[in-house]
Design a protein around this ligand. Structure first.
Ligand code: K7E
Ligand code: CUA
Length: 764
């Protein structure tokens, strides 16, 4: 037990006294490496465009759908280094998501019909916008399989809310945000009866099944979707698909694609042709055009909706009468609809058509104003003639799907699924500019802030459906495949293949890294899921255990390197809740917490308060400990949950004594003096340079000072014990002084290294 601190002290001594290591140079030249690894000039160029040297950061941060994993993958561009998985619809143990009480409450918001759903089919992440531009505050993502929408707060990258769509049974056309994020849109996919738990025969599909588009009201101040202020359009039972909000001149309007407007219902087992045949029989489907702003005002005034499953729904006949809903034919089995950055055009791609269709918002408005419609659909919705709405159509290639925009005017990129290519083209003039092949079968593609009103150009990511021949084989299930493409020049250049180990990511969005300003700590005692003070929080010295009947509540704290309390004693059958507050202020000083075999885990970042709860239904002894390697004495960050059987009585016994001597105490005092010398030399170095010019170092110095201040209490205790010749207590409290010193010295050395690496100058 005494060896580890001694080893640490020795390490500190060498590190503190030795100076910066001499820089090592590779004996190989660039040419040698190219030859040895078989790299071309082109490879080197690509590598130099993606490589981010140690200590440097990426220009953009991407948020990728994690597909069936129900999570979001965060990575940097251009390095394509994975930074984090955000737990959204699926429990994620590292973050305690689904294993602590606060996150369980968020997940419970996603229960459907009272049942837990512990996964999600995530498709489309969306970053919140202000005036059509990414603002980096919130992130939304949908679950296609179980129609749900989640809100992630980008102040701490945590999921705060999951809502269930009250009328849909599946959804796909979400999440998309209005230019000021007042609303988040999601469109249904597979039509079904809107009433919950209601059976209707497929024979009555046309009459009883319905699609829908929902507008969720977003309360930016509280960071929450407001179901009571949200509403939906009832839609025909066409399979609504991707959507987009208008912006600029088209602000106030929104657009949703559909496929299978044939309303075919399949039945391969009855000898009928499959869905894929029946759903692509017609040459056109319908683009749905909605005046969402007018609809929102109508609903707000308390008119024009009926209530289904407690949710406001605008019936189709009302939408038609009020001029809120129109259709335009679109070719053929379309998938993506993407409004141009200037808001003047809507670009639609038909999977089974070689063209992209550029619709003019002005022309659509003119037709509506003139009452010029070519027909009505079977539900009485006016249909605007395709010719009256089109700006142009451009032949791009086979299987066009999704479109993104460049910072250069009129320049767009469209994915070609069948051709496995990206086409770069000009949508104002309707001409193709460049094409690049990818591997294989691209779905979505994404440019930097490329679906906002202010795209940033630079890079494009292709989200490919297959990863044949790309990566080291890992079994029949291949990794997902994102490819980074340089779009800063006229010709596109493929830079990098990135295997993605969670699938299937359908869409990804990327934001200028400077727009993200996540916090590094919470105000002490914060419930991170509500951003409110946690009633279970306590300050240092206020830790307590409270029993009420068979309910035991432990109010504890964590700080390097101990958990208070270190023993929890309960009776078998007690319901135990442990509230834990991380008292740290230092960056990245997260502690974890688990109790053996009770299936609980928490990640407690600086300042956070969380709770774990379980029934102590098994007699026995259960160690609990910190699960993050937080400090040199992390392994000692431990305690025991003692679950006593009913009727157990203590026998006369005492804790094992260690019997330390005065000599042990003196040796510890010597160790303290030596360590203080190291600390003094490090402090001497830091204060000899302009460390105050480095905010990261200032924070480290504050943390080190904080650790050193803690020695005062322990010092008073060991001196008091020594005065009473209680050598055991004296030695142990002296050891505690040393522990604080070790942490302070460790932090000080980190600060020193940082200063050396960042070219600190002699202080004047
Ligand atoms: Cu896979 Cu947007 Cu769901 Cu297209 S989606 S590919
Ligand atoms: Cu705290 Cu390990």
């Amino acid at each position: 037990m005494k060896t580890e601190p001694t080893r640490v002290a020795a390490l500190l001594l060498t590190a503190g006294l030795g100076l910066a290591a001499t820089a090592g140079w590779s004996a190989e030249s660039l040419q040698d490496v190219m030859k040895r690894r078989g790299l071309s000039q082109q490879d080197l160029l690509a590598a130099s465009k993606t490589y981010v040297p140690t200590g440097k950061r990426d220009e953009f941060v991407a948020f990728s759908s994690g597909g069936q994993s129900g999570q979001i993958i965060v990575y940097g561009i251009p390095s394509m280094r994975i930074l984090k998985y955000l737990a959204v619809f699926t429990p994620e143990p590292w973050q305690g998501y689904g294993y602590d009480e606060e996150s369980k409450k968020v997940l419970a918001g996603g229960k459907i019909d009272g049942k837990d759903i512990t996964w999600g089919d995530t498709h489309h992440p969306a970053i919140s916008e202000t005036n059509g531009k990414y603002d980096g505050q919130f992130l939304f993502i949908n679950d296609k399989a179980n129609p749900r929408l989640a809100v992630v707060d980008l102040r701490d990258f945590e999921t705060k809310q999951i809502v269930v769509n009250p009328i849909m049974k599946s959804e796909h056309g979400g999440a998309f945000v209005s230019p000021d994020t007042e609303y988040v849109m999601e469109a249904a996919q597979y039509a079904a009866p809107l009433e919950n738990r209601k059976f209707q025969p497929l024979e009555e599909f046309n009459q009883k099944y319905r699609g829908a588009v929902t507008y969720w009201k977003f309360d930016r101040k509280e960071g929450l979707l407001r179901p009571e202020q949200s509403f939906s359009f009832e839609m025909p039972p066409y399979s609504q698909d991707l959507s987009d909000f208008g912006k600029g001149p088209s602000d106030g309007w929104a657009f949703t694609n559909s496929f299978c407007s044939e309303r075919y219902v399949g039945g391969i087992e009855k000898g009928r042709p499959p869905y894929e045949a029946g759903c692509s029989a017609k040459d056109t489907d319908y683009l749905h055009v909605m005046n969402w702003k007018k609809a929102a005002e109508m609903v707000k005034s308390g008119k024009g909706f009926k209530v289904i499953n407690g949710h406001k729904v605008i019936p189709m006949d009302v939408a038609v009468k009020e001029g809120l809903l129109f259709l335009i034919p679109e070719p053929k089995s379309p998938h993506g609809v993407d409004v141009t950055p200037d808001g003047k055009y809507m670009i639609v791609s038909g999977k089974l058509d070689t063209h992209v269709s550029v619709y003019s918002f002005d022309k659509v408005m003119a037709a509506i104003k003139a009452g010029k419609f070519e027909s009505k659909d079977p539900y009485g919705i006016p249909v605007i003639g395709m010719k009256d709405a089109l700006h142009t159509q451009v032949a791009l290639g086979l299987g066009p799907l999704h479109t993104q925009y460049d910072s250069k005017k009129c320049v767009a990129y469209t994915s070609l699924y069948v051709d496995s290519q990206v086409a770069k083209w000009n949508y104002c003039e309707g001409k193709v500019l460049d094409k690049i092949s990818i591997h294989y079968n691209i779905g979505h593609l994404m440019t930097m802030e490329g679906d906002s009103s202010d795209p940033k150009g630079h890079y494009l990511v292709a989200l490919n459906k297959l990863a044949i021949d790309r990566f080291n084989p890992v079994g029949p299930l291949h990794p997902q495949n994102h490819q980074l493409i340089d779009i800063s020049n006229d010709k596109m250049q493929l830079l990098y293949d990135m295997p993605v180990p969670l699938g299937e990511p359908h869409y990804v969005v990327a934001i200028d890294a400077n727009k993200l300003k996540p916090a590094v700590r919470y105000k002490v005692g914060t419930n991170s899921r509500t951003d409110k003070p946690h009633p279970g929080a306590v300050r240092a010295g206020e830790e307590k255990t409270v029993r009420k009947g068979n309910k035991v509540e432990v109010f504890g704290t964590l700080i390097r390197s101990h958990i208070t309390p270190e023993t929890i004693e309960v009776q078998q059958g007690d319901e135990v809740t442990i509230y834990l507050t991380n008292l740290e202020r230092a960056e990245d000083e997260t502690h974890g917490f688990t109790v053996s075999t009770y299936n609980v885990h928490a990640s407690i970042e600086p300042g956070k308060t969380v709770s774990v709860k379980f029934k102590a239904d098994k007699e026995g002894v259960y160690p609990y400990y910190c699960t993050e390697f937080c400090s040199a004495l992390h392994l000692e960050m431990q305690g025991y949950l003692l679950v006593k059987p009913k009727g157990w009585k203590p026998t006369k016994a005492t804790l094992a004594a260690q019997a330390y001597t005065e000599a042990d105490y003196k040796a510890t005092l010597k160790k303290i003096a030596d360590t203080q010398a190291v600390i003094d030399s490090v402090v001497g170095f830091i204060t000899s340079v302009n460390y105050k010019d480095f905010p990261d170092v200032v924070a480290l110095v504050e943390d080190a000072t904080d650790q050193l201040n803690r020695t005062k209490d322990a010092k008073a205790r060991h001196e008091a014990a020594a005065a009473k010749k209680n050598w055991e207590q004296a030695n142990l409290w002296a050891e505690q002084v040393f522990q604080y010193q070790v942490k302070a010295a460790d932090i000080g050395l980190r600060a020193k290294t940082y200063l050396e690496q960042h070219g600190a100058k002699k202080a004047k």
